[in-house]
Design a protein around this ligand. Structure first.
Ligand SMILES: CC(C)(COP(=O)(O)OP(=O)(O)OC[C@H]1O[C@@H](n2cnc3c(N)ncnc32)[C@H](O)[C@@H]1OP(=O)(O)O)[C@@H](O)C(=O)NCCC(=O)NCCS
Length: 176
């Protein structure tokens, strides 16, 4: 019997998560954060908590030929205790053997584009400035959070209007 070997190259696509993706997103997030010195290994549970709370404003996967390569979550934040139109980026994960090939950047750029389409005021995150400055994220002491992370790791990107000032809190699902 002849075996047909496909030489098709599948383009990567960014799409919203589907219910059947949840287990893969969990495993992918665990794998990406394993051994990261800044991680407390709660990231996969945070995503499940956000989903259970209906707080996954955006949950995007990068898919290639049916395989999920990476994932990014966005959820609402409060500023000075008020809900509004600012969002938190993260967790973001790419399978270790698929990192540094543009998957993370594609997910983040598409997520920011979709936040803009939702008329978001802006986006915040905790992460390495060396990675996130390419998207326009910057640190400003006027907008801060109090989880104990290094202050410079807290960055924001204003998408519309004026940057607010004050204390930002991520969704309670991050407090696992
Ligand atoms: C961070 C992560 C999502 C980036 O996705 P990726 O697909 O690997 O990255 P990309 O291919 O889009 O970007 C690669 C670039 O980012 C840089 N980069 C990746 N991780 C970085 C980091 N932690 N700090 C600084 N630069 C980083 C690479 O050096 C590369 O730079 P270059 O474009 O100048 O060569 C992915 O590496 C990952 O899952 N890491 C483990 C989990 C994690 O740290 N998540 C983010 C927590 S804030």
């Amino acid at each position: 019997m002849a075996v047909q070997v496909s030489d098709k190259v599948f383009p990567m696509q960014i799409r919203h998560e589907r219910p059947q993706d949840a287990a893969t997103i969990y495993a992918l997030t665990e794998a990406a954060f394993t051994g990261m010195p800044f991680s407390d290994q709660t990231e996969a549970r945070v995503i499940d908590g956000l989903r259970a709370a209906g707080a996954l404003t955006l949950s995007l996967v990068a898919e290639e030929g049916g395989d999920i390569l990476g994932h990014v979550a966005f959820s609402p934040v409060t500023i000075n205790g008020e809900a509004g139109d600012w969002y938190g980026l993260g967790p973001v994960s790419v399978w270790p053997d698929r990192q540094r090939a543009g998957v993370g950047q594609a997910l983040i750029r598409e997520g920011l584009r979709q936040l803009q389409a939702l008329d978001a005021g802006g986006c915040v995150l905790l992460g390495a400035p060396a990675y996130y400055r390419r998207f326009g994220f910057e640190h400003d002491p006027g907008l801060y959070e109090t989880t104990g992370a290094p202050p410079s790791a807290f960055q924001h990107l204003t998408l519309s209007g004026v940057r607010p000032s004050g204390e930002v809190r991520f969704h309670p699902a991050f407090d696992v």
